[in-house]
Design a protein around this ligand. Structure first.
Ligand code: NDP
Length: 488
């Protein structure tokens, strides 16, 4: 039984006050599983609203820095508890707003709680190192200090986990922030921010502003009071963020797209590989930056693997992610829905063979949502668009490789380098893979789309600017180092 859902108007958060935009306009958020349902409304903010948010963060930065890391950590513990109490509501909102299934949404929200607790504990960890000086009468040490005002721009595909894995370290290390979430999932983000407000963060420390990427996102990175920007999203937008930030001389961090390969070697456990490829390729409707989109299979096991994969993929149930028993939800928006259809056609035109799915689903509830069936192509060549461009949908490209060496070459034949996995029982192959694969996340006998919050996360090549998020690595971006020398 679904709960009765009431669409609410969510406001911007500036200086701990929920305020309307000066535009007096709102943007509606639609349920991709049922276009007739409005999930909520967010503010269509103006540059003036943005100015107020950045000024609030700037005003608060000295007080927040001086509060100290331990006290800041305590507030994150409170936010974690409040998010945990609201887990069901936040997860249901996420499913309604961007379509992932309720169990996935609950898992992501629980992950958000764990990330908050991890960084809350950072409040009690070291802020620097003592380094021996060549002068025996001197004390030399480093001290980590905040950057100041940090802009946080996030995508819609992980509307709880990604904002939190940026906000939590930014705050505990003493920065004040302005969060601009993806418009597509801004209602969910607003509910996360409500948990921070209830936790009692002081005025101006966390500001939240919604509106279009071209006005609010662009305005944020160009704002003269901004000291740093952390961005996750598409490569196209990310490149522009990098240009503006580099031009202004502010610190920036970008995590962007992927075209993640999975190699299935001739000595792989094929059942294990099939399960991981289906999960990595189709969970969240393929809308993960770490999704498995190219599956490179050694010739010797190609036919057997393909048959097993298709057999299991046929069992996938597609529908409204709020319903029990649904394995894959709709595409998150009409534009994603159209993009997937574009690439299905493109794959066929380029000569790949669609061996499963890829159809727009019709009839009953399907007519009201953005549903496609999970698609598997074969006869895919590495130069084809479906093997090179990020689709961000439930489309797997099967590529045959004559040998293990060729499989690695194909795996690296893309501009992206986020995540990569291999299925093999051969120690030589896996060690070679670890060495030769061009990816920030290297996974052996595990799906490409797995992340642990205590470990560094990020890509190589066009997937990233090379800095890492999560775990201890987050400290590198969100702090600057002072080297202190004291002569006795
Ligand atoms: P977009 O790049 O379209 O948007 C990301 C964010 O940038 C949104 O908040 C968007 O606002 C904002 N934005 C848009 N235009 C500008 C601009 N000119 N200046 C500043 N900000 C702007 O990405 P999506 O939201 O569609 O997310 C999907 C992408 O994110 C995929 O490429 C995926 O691979 C990537 N991603 C990467 C991850 C990683 O860690 N590597 C993790 C998750 C996703 P608005 O919504 O209002 O347009």
């Amino acid at each position: 039984m679904q709960t009765i859902f009431k669409a609410e108007i969510h406001k911007n958060l500036i200086n701990n006050e929920w305020v309307e935009s000066q535009s007096k306009e709102t943007i509606e958020s639609i349920n991709p599983a049922n276009k007739e349902e409005v999930v909520g409304f967010v503010q269509n903010s103006t540059k003036e609203d943005l100015n107020r948010a950045v000024e609030a963060a700037n005003q608060a930065k000295k007080m927040w820095r001086k509060l100290g890391q331990a006290a800041r950590g305590q507030l994150l513990f409170k936010a974690a508890n409040i998010l945990e109490e609201n887990l069901d509501d936040v997860a249901e909102t996420m499913t309604r707003e961007m379509g992932k299934t309720l169990p996935e949404a609950k898992g992501e929200t629980a992950r958000g709680v764990a990330i908050l607790r991890y960084y809350a504990s950072e409040g009690m960890r070291k802020e620097g190192d003592v380094i021996p000086s060549s002068d025996k009468d001197a004390l030399m040490f480093t001290k980590r200090v905040p950057l100041g005002v940090v802009g946080v721009i996030t995508p819609w595909n992980f509307p709880v986990a990604i904002p939190i894995w940026k906000i939590a370290p930014a705050l505990v290390y003493g920065n004040t922030i302005i969060l601009k979430p993806a418009t597509e999932a801004a209602v969910t983000a607003a509910k996360v921010v409500e948990c921070f407000v209830k936790a009692g963060f002081p005025e101006g420390v966390l500001n939240f502003i919604t509106g279009s990427g071209s006005v609010i996102g662009q305005g944020l990175i160009e704002h003269p009071l901004l000291n740093a920007i952390t961005f996750t999203g598409s490569e196209g937008v990310g490149k522009n963020v990098a240009k503006v930030a580099a031009d202004r001389g502010i610190k920036f961090q970008l995590e962007m797209g992927g075209k993640n390969p999975v190699i299935v070697s001739k000595d792989a456990n094929l059942d294990m590989a099939v399960e991981a490829v289906l999960s990595g390729g189709f969970r969240s409707t393929g809308q993960k930056c770490t999704a498995s989109s190219r599956v490179i299979v050694e010739e010797a096991v190609y036919d057997e693997f393909k048959e097993k994969l298709i057999h299991e993929a046929k069992k996938i149930t597609v529908g409204n992610g709020l319903q029990a028993g649904i394995w894959m939800g709709p595409c998150a928006s009409e534009s994603q829905f159209k993009t997937v259809q574009y690439y299905i056609e493109k794959g066929k035109e380029e000569g790949a063979s669609l061996v499963l799915g890829g159809e727009v689903l019709k009839g009953d509830e399907y007519d009201n949502g953005f549903y496609v069936s999970p698609a598997i192509f074969e006869n895919v060549k590495s130069h084809m668009a479906i093997a090179q461009e990020e689709i961000f949908g439930p489309v797997i490209a099967l590529i045959k490789a004559a040998s293990f060496e060729e499989a690695i070459e194909i795996a690296n034949d893309t501009k992206y380098g986020l995540s990569a996995s291999i299925f093999t029982s051969n120690i030589q192959s896996l060690l070679r893979f670890v060495d030769d694969i061009e990816a920030g996340l290297v996974r052996i006998n595990a799906e490409s789309a797995g992340v642990e919050l205590q470990a560094p996360f990020g890509g190589m090549k066009a997937s990233s600017t090379g800095s890492r998020e999560q775990g201890e690595a987050a400290k590198e971006f969100f702090t600057a180092i002072k080297t202190v020398f004291i002569k006795g």
